[in-house]
Write a protein that binds this ligand. Sequence first.
Ligand SMILES: [Fe+2]
Ligand SMILES: [Fe+2]
Length: 286
Amino acid sequence: MNATPSNLAITPRNLKFNRSTSTGERRGHHTRWWHSNDPIRTAFLNALSVTFPQGESFFVEAVRRYRDAADPRLQEHIALFIKQETLHTREHVAFNRVIEQAGYDTEAMNAYTAHRMTVARARPPIAQLAITVALEHFTAILAHELLANPRQLDGAEPEVARLWKYHAIEEIEHKSVAFETYLAATKEWSGFKRWYVRCKVMAIMSFLFWRTNTRHMADFFRQDGINTPRTWMRVLKHHFVAPGLLYKIAGEYWKFYSPTFHPWHTDDRHLIAAGERMLAEPPIAA
Ligand SMILES: [Fe+2]
Ligand SMILES: [Fe+2]
């Protein structure tokens, strides 16, 4: 079932985004609603970003614990996965500072995320790995959609769009690492048990992932004074109609439940190449 391309390159890119320049000026011009001056599109991605530093640290711990069960190639991929996620955390910590500087208080969101992490860390190590497999599938299919459909980031401030595209490229590159670590860690299990546990955990995590995202969006909307039914109707439109992010990823999401699923059965390496070309463009000056 090992479908990871033999020539796959997982490349940690030590890039910095959204930092102040030497003159103290911030690169780019961050408005509060940095995505198309739209509070919904901004809140959706802000809500993801505030969970990333804690979430990605959890992924790293969960995968690292099973390094010894992996063959040498997978061990190498695990090391690169850890490097990539650690750099993502650094960049989202910097971006989350930009969110705060735009006037948002993220303390309650951080506390809620920390609470969810405490609950997850109380689970057995193999369950923590299965949680990581589920959430890495979400990040990989969201990343695919962000890179495949330019509309998703059209109208976003360029420096912030670059951060999301960089992150998306690397999520695609390492999308099978947690999954294959899970296969290595459960090689004594029956095929049915392996499938059943990852699917059960995915069903639970799907609920928890979207509940957390929705909670955080509500927090942003409250701070914007727009936590109203009208705003939530617009959220539904954003998720399911235009740009229809959830609707677009639904097909890839359901593939996870197949007994023969492997992340690389969808080969989207062409998006890595396209994303790389975009990152090679000169950064936006202040
Ligand atoms: Fe990441
Ligand atoms: Fe990841």
